[in-house]
Design a protein around this ligand. Structure first.
Ligand SMILES: Cc1cc2nc3c(=O)[nH]c(=O)nc-3n(C[C@H](O)[C@H](O)[C@H](O)COP(=O)(O)OP(=O)(O)OC[C@H]3O[C@@H](n4cnc5c(N)ncnc54)[C@H](O)[C@@H]3O)c2cc1C
Length: 382
């Protein structure tokens, strides 16, 4: 559906990303998924396009895009490979926090290398006993010899082992709960940073998911991002942004599934007619298209609220609604796409089963959809 009020620049950016996705991503996505491989050379090409720097200003080597354009970029990329889009999203979330909260020295040290794609970033919050209840994290950061010593394990971390820079949340003061959490930058190569098992996932396999093992990991005091005790607040703010990215990815993924199913339905002949002529199939297609459009509206609205400097609470609500609705929609739409392809839909030769496996993961990452409902309900009842 046509979106009103886009500038020529926004249209041009979306066009470039679409062409890139069609040429460099879409034809290879099934292969990366099968081989469970993150194609770093393709990420580097994305960086050459300016995508790794899209959340930062030019001053730090970034190629800043407003939130709406960014959402449209993530939507386009996800039509090709949602796992690649997710890796980029995490990377840009870390860049965003550094630009917003780090001191000038840290920004100058890291941002140009992050924005150029030389340093891939990873966001390490989740632990074995702290998933939805992330503030219950147990990784400790003890102040010692003017710096900090980190100990603990992080699980399910995107780009673990692949990334050059890790945004790690750890407790500097156990007695203060969420207010005792501080964020640190830990570079790959630090002798105290190890990588545990690389997970074998149901899908999303072009994005690496693994474990960080912090063992007496010594970092200087200037590895602290922003202020001591503020790490969880930064994480929550970034998750709002991440949720809008995820919503945009879900819209792109669902659109790819609909586009494929639609073409298939027009060409597949049963009972002497294309299956698209059967009303049962038409109704599925119609619902898929309508729900995708509704999700796109929620997503773009959340992005526009951010672009217009809406209050934090308003952004949190809009991001939670968009993330919940679009990812549930992607799950339904991709499942229906498999249904429309029938037996062929279950085969890896066709992309829709991969879309369905990815959609399930979108309902879980960046806060499960139950957590999104809690966020929405909390504001309704406040
Ligand atoms: C592919 C992938 C990539 C990831 N990447 C990262 C990353 O880069 N960085 C990072 O830090 N983390 C990452 N994660 C972790 C992700 O954020 C967590 O898996 C997610 O937040 C859920 O935590 P959990 O898995 O421990 O589930 P749990 O919190 O144990 O939840 C289990 C179930 O209980 C439900 N539940 C929990 N609490 C409530 C409640 N109060 N009310 C109702 N239902 C509830 C949940 O919705 C869920 O259905 C990734 C996960 C995956 C799968």
């Amino acid at each position: 559906m046509r979106l009103l009020n886009l500038s020529d620049e926004q249209k041009q950016i979306v066009k470039i990303v679409k062409e890139f996705t069609d040429k460099e991503i879409k034809p290879y996505a099934a292969e990366w998924d099968e081989e469970e491989r993150f194609p770093r050379p393709v990420f580097n090409k994305m960086s050459e396009l300016g995508l790794s720097g899209l959340s930062c200003q030019e001053e730090y080597g970034g190629s800043y895009l407003d939130f709406l354009t960014k959402a449209m970029v993530f939507e386009e990329l996800s039509k090709g490979c949602v796992a690649m889009a997710a890796t980029l999203s995490v990377h840009t979330m870390v860049a965003y926090i550094i630009e917003k909260y780090a001191n000038e020295e840290m920004k100058k040290k890291y941002l140009p290398r992050i924005n150029s794609g030389e340093m891939l970033c990873s966001f390490a919050l989740t632990e074995a006993n702290a998933g939805s209840d992330a503030a219950a994290l147990e990784t400790r950061a003890e102040s010692r010899n003017g710096g900090f010593v980190l100990n603990g394990n992080k699980i399910f971390i995107t780009s673990a082992g692949e990334a050059e820079l890790y945004f790690v949340m750890a407790k500097t003061d156990k007695s203060k709960g969420a207010r005792g959490i501080t964020s640190f930058l830990v570079e790959k190569g630090n002798p105290g940073l190890g990588f545990g098992k690389k997970e074998k996932k149901m899908g999303f396999n072009a994005s690496i998911t693994g474990e960080l093992v912090l063992t007496d990991c010594v970092v200087p005091k200037d590895a602290v991002v922003g202020s001591v005790g503020e790490g969880f607040r930064y994480a929550l703010e970034t998750l709002d942004l991440g949720r809008v990215n995820i919503a945009a990815m879900a819209v792109g993924l669902a659109q790819a599934a609909l586009d494929y199913a639609l073409e298939y339905a027009k060409n597949r002949v049963q009972f002497g007619k294309p299956i698209a002529s059967f009303q049962g199939v038409q109704f599925m297609l119609a619902d898929m298209a309508t729900e995708i459009e509704a999700g796109r509206g929620l997503t773009y609205n959340a992005a526009r609220l951010m672009d217009n400097g809406a209050k934090a609470q308003e952004v949190t609500l809009a991001a939670a609604m968009a993330k919940r609705f679009t990812t549930d929609t992607a799950m339904k739409v991709t499942t229906d796409a498999v249904q429309i392809l029938g037996g062929y839909g279950c085969m890896r030769e066709y992309p829709v089963e991969r879309y369905m496996r990815s959609a399930k993961i979108l309902q879980i990452v960046e806060g499960t959809n139950q957590i999104q409902r809690i966020i929405v309900a909390r504001q309704l009842l406040a």
